[in-house]
Design a protein around this ligand. Structure first.
Ligand SMILES: [Zn+2]
Length: 455
């Protein structure tokens, strides 16, 4: 993070106008965080929720919105993006154009203590460059929407500040904030209208316009300001339709995955957790009815399950949103439902279920029932010699699918029930199918050789 700097701006030019607030001398306080830090950009406070801009009406006076941009209402919704590149959670002028003008009508005269603007982008669209004008709307030649090329100070506006948060050196991207205030506790003046004349933050190089995340207007009259809490945990809870199961998703370490989880992952969880419970029943067994999913950074495997808790590697999920993320979650939910750890409590002399059985079951469900179209567990003819039923994961998944299809459609349930009770033994394969595990393995390899296990 760059040290914040305070840039006093004395607006001498204003003294030439007839405005009653000529003497306003605004400070611009700048702050930048080079990465994600929840807009905790000391000395500027995090965005306010109940500020005077919350009820303001923002309008586009000049310029065009970028097609990826959110609506102007994102500027005062009290919310900020959860990631460095979320255009829809920001207001952005058309990247190919040189900015534009935005007006805000606060609805009434407000003793404006400060105006604070927040932006976030990982690169050149992070910094803010704009002029802020204000008006009380009472001057008889007042123009509420002066286009570019028109000097607002000739139409009832005063220039409050020139803002430029571009760092002199170092990283330009990250979270930026600019606070325009009056030194001490005095207000900037009584205003109803604000006008932001926004410039593009980079003249050279690729097209750019600032990703504006939030604009706050703090009134000297109060109320006491409530702010976004950057340290807050991000926890969302979902219930199955029948109210039987609850799912808790903690994305504190992956705020940018909060929306994806809700829109994309939760539907999969809602559909597939109960399905897994149905696929893996056993006498007297009740699967956990609360499952917690938590994103963690920097863990080893893509995901793992312990008890009724699934830990998901943030970086893996970020990378695999349209790839493995959902299937991986289904696999881990399989482990939560399997609950094979419980055999140690329910069985006085539990037999150990081989890891390849446990993993093979979850991958069988994942690749053959959840996402058969991905054909992720197919085995080509060339694998006939090297594949072994006990290779675990998707190879065992393929083997289980073959046994279920060719020998015993109830195999999954039988295998699961004995594993869960600590009663797994190799000889059971013969009881269920009439063939030993080795014989089954050989027959399955023959099927691979004939090209029948390509999925
Ligand atoms: Zn697993």
């Amino acid at each position: 993070m760059h040290p914040s700097s305070i840039v006093p701006l004395l607006i001498g030019a204003i003294s030439l106008t007839l405005s009653p607030v000529l003497s306003a001398a605004a400070n611009v306080v700048k702050a930048q965080g080079s990465a994600e830090q929840g807009f905790k950009l000391d000395p500027i406070a995090p965005p306010a929720i109940n500020d005077a801009a919350a009820k303001a009406v923002f309008t586009l006076v000049d310029g065009a919105k970028d097609e990826a941009s959110g609506e102007l209402s994102v500027l005062n919704d009290g919310k900020v993006p959860t990631g460095a590149s979320q255009p829809a959670s920001n207001f952005i002028f058309d990247l190919g154009t040189p900015g534009g003008r935005i007006a805000a009508d606060l609805g009434e005269l407000v003793p404006v203590k400060s105006v604070v603007t927040y932006s976030w982008h990982g690169g050149i669209c992070g910094p803010q460059v704009y002029k802020l004008y204000a008006a009380n709307g009472r001057s008889k030649d007042f123009d509420p929407a002066p286009k570019r090329g028109v000097d607002p100070t000739k139409f009832g506006w005063v220039l409050l500040a020139n803002v430029d948060t571009r760092p002199e050196k170092g990283e330009v991207g990250g979270q930026h904030a600019a606070e325009i205030n009056n030194k001490g506790s005095r207000s900037l003046g009584d205003y109803r209208y604000l006008l932001f004349d926004v410039e593009r933050p980079s003249e050279s190089g690729p097209k750019a316009n600032t990703f504006f995340s939030e604009i706050d207007v703090i009134s000297a009259r109060g109320p006491e300001i409530e702010r976004l809490n950057p340290e807050a945990k991000i926890v969302r809870e979902y219930k199955s339709k029948d109210g039987k199961y609850r799912y808790i998703i903690i994305s504190t370490e992956a705020p940018d995955l909060t929306e994806w989880s809700e829109k994309e992952l939760v539907p999969v969880i809602l559909e597939w957790y109960p399905k897994l419970v149905e696929l893996l029943p056993s006498k007297g067994y009740r699967a956990p009815d609360v499952v917690t999913f938590e994103y963690k950074r920097g863990i080893g495997p893509p995901a793992y399950a312990a008890g009724n808790r699934i830990t998901m590697k943030t970086e893996f999920y970020q990378d695999q949103l349209t790839g493995e993320a959902k299937g991986c979650t289904v696999h881990e939910m399989g482990h939560v439902v399997q609950n094979y750890w419980r055999a140690n409590q329910t069985n006085r002399k539990p037999k150990e279920t081989p890891g390849w059985v446990t993993e093979g079951i979850c991958d069988y469900i994942r690749w053959f029932l959840f996402e058969p179209k991905s054909r992720g567990a197919g085995l080509g003819k060339d694998r006939a010699d090297s594949a072994k039923y006990s290779d675990s994961y998707r190879v065992t998944g393929n083997f289980i699918d073959w046994v279920v299809t060719e020998k015993d459609e109830g195999l999954l349930q039988k295998l699961n029930a004995v594993a869960r009770e600590g009663d797994y033994e190799e000889k059971l394969w013969k009881e269920w199918t009439g063939k030993t595990l080795e014989e089954l393995g050989e027959e399955w390899k023959t099927a691979i050789k004939r090209g029948k296990r390509e999925q």
